[in-house]
Structure formats: structure tokens, C-alpha cells
Design a protein around this ligand. Sequence first.
Ligand code: SAM
Ligand code: SF4
Length: 339
Amino acid sequence: MVQDFSSAGEMVDPFGRTITYLRASVTDRCDFRCVYCMAENMSFLPKTEVLSLEELDRLCSAFISRGVTKLRLTGGEPLVRRDIMQLVHSLSRHLESGALKELTLTTNGSQLAKYAEDLYACGVRRLNVSLDTLDPEKFRTITRRGDLNTVLEGIDAARRAGLKIKINTVALKDFNDRELSSMIGWCGERGLAITFIETMPLGEITEDRTDQYVSLSGVREKLMADWTLEDSDYRTGGPATYVRVKETGNRVGFITPLSHNFCSTCNRVRITCTGTLYMCLGHDDAVDLRAPLRASDDDALLQEAIDRAIAHKPQRHDFVIAPGGARPAVARHMSVTGG
Ligand code: SAM
Ligand code: SF4
């Protein structure tokens, strides 16, 4: 008998965690080549392997029918995917129905000037924009090809459109670690929240990870020389811990996947643009959803595969950056699963 999954219940993993947050990578491609994220010469997936926009819509909608209330589109760079606004527009029906509480994106900001108003019109209210430095030369170096001004114009356009922005900054040793304090000031002047992220050992890159890694507990101490950081119990259910900057009134987050364990409250899973479901950013275990998605027009096989996957969500990640080694703990790049 074919089971009816149209009203299948919420997704609860073996450790009692209910999955309510889906991050969907809509492309592995990007117009930047950030040194901690990608190799200089990346080979991207052939288009045939990548889910169509309709398939991505169907996949995301299947998760929403199982209790996902927060959906983040990411990549690669989500806004370089051709016709991406068709997907955003189509997914916005779940905001209208109330099934989805939030539809959001993580973006490098390069296309924001073009899309900010459309995103707002589709019900997007918040964006994460990645920005590691405010120095144009350094920006070019870290992204290998990005233009800082274009991104800053994109951020301005998004603010004008009414979008709330959180800046994500990867802390990199001897690159931007001395600039982080002034970035708090820059964000403070614009009313933007900022989150600092430690580098994670994902995917082979040309640089040595141990050269890039800087511990955020050290960063936090240095910031306290310039700013009054007040403890905050603000949580998003994600890995960040937060403080409030007394002088600006803005929030600063710290994502420390290597030095802290945030797994016990993990409510998220990730899908790649090929329809592979990763239950944990820090593990290679995955379940293919593309085959069941393409096998039939109804979602029974797909929902079965989702159930199998959730039953295998690992309890915790185990990232380690081995001294002297560039070998990643997890073989895939961040651009495959998105941030
Ligand atoms: N292209 C978009 C962007 O840059 O915002 C979305 C995808 S990107 C993979 C998502 C986030 O992952 C970015 O904030 C980026 O800085 C972060 N990221 C990429 N590789 C990382 C790594 N190895 N360690 C920590 N963060 C990483
Ligand atoms: Fe592209 Fe984002 Fe990776 Fe940078 S971090 S290369 S912008 S996907």
C-alpha cells in the first residue's frame, strides 16, 4: 500500500530535535572565489545534475509540508542563479499561507542592487550579507575577484528597500583580525547586526587552514578594548552566541563551530542544488533526494527518503583543524551546502 504523506507529521530526529529550518543551496556557482571557501579554479557541476527551479520549489515545499518554518536560500551565490526570482516568488506563497514564517537568503551582495526591491516584494525581510573587509584592495584579495563598491551599493539598496541586514564576517588571522573592531563601528552607524565566524575545515582549498584560523574568544577579548560588550541571551536556534554593543546598541554574534558545541539544539538540515540532503554540516553522511523526486510526480518516495535521512541525523559534528594540514575534516566545500 502506498502511504499517504500529504499530511505526514513533523520531522523529529532520534535525539528528539524537531527540524524546522531548511537551508537550500540553489547553485554551486559563484561570481567570487573567496580563499577560505573555494579553490581558484573550481570545476562546477554540469547543469544537468542541478535541480531545476521547479524541482527546487517542489523539494522545499515538501519540507515545508513537514514543518519547516524557516527557509534560507544560499549557494554558491544564490542571486547568480538564472531566473532565481521565479523561485523566490513561487516560494513566497508559503509565506502568504502562513506555513513559512521566514524566507531569507545568504548572499555575497554583488547582485543586491538589482534584486533588493523584488526580494522585499516577495516577502523577504532579512538577509545575511557576507563581508570580510571594508578595504577595497583586501576585498579583491579575499574574494579573488569581487568589487567592494558594488557590494556596498547593494547593501545600501537593500536597506532602502526595507530589508534588515546582518553582516557575516569570517575572522582570518593576519588578514582582518585587526579590522573587526572598526567593522563593528561601521555596522553600528548603519544599524546593522554583525556576526563573526571562525573558519571551518570544509573542502580542499589552496591555503593552509591553520594559517587562516583565529579563535573568536581571542577576538572577543581584543574587541573589549574598544567596545563595551554586554552579554545577551538572544538566540536564533543557530550556532551563534550574541552580545550587545553598549555604544551602538547593535548586536554582535560569534559563531565558533570549532571551539563550542552547539549541536544539542540543532534544528536544521541542508539540501544541495543537486538534491542531496545533509543532516549535519560537519558530516559527510547524506541522502539523495533527487532520484525519488524525479521518480514520480507525487511525493511519497521523496517523503520516505526524508524520513530515512532524519532518522540518521548525527548527534553532533566533530570538526578538527589538524595542525599543519590543509586536509579538510569534510571533503565538500561550503559552496556545496551553503552557509
Ligand atoms: N555566496 C553567499 C555568501 O558568501 O554569503 C552564500 C554562500 S557562502 C558559502 C555562505 C557563508 O559561508 C559565507 O558567509 C561565507 O563567508 C561562509 N564560508 C564559506 N566557507 C567557509 C569556511 N570554510 N569556514 C567558515 N565560513 C565559510
Ligand atoms: Fe562565493 Fe560565498 Fe563562497 Fe565567497 S563565500 S566564494 S561569495 S559562495
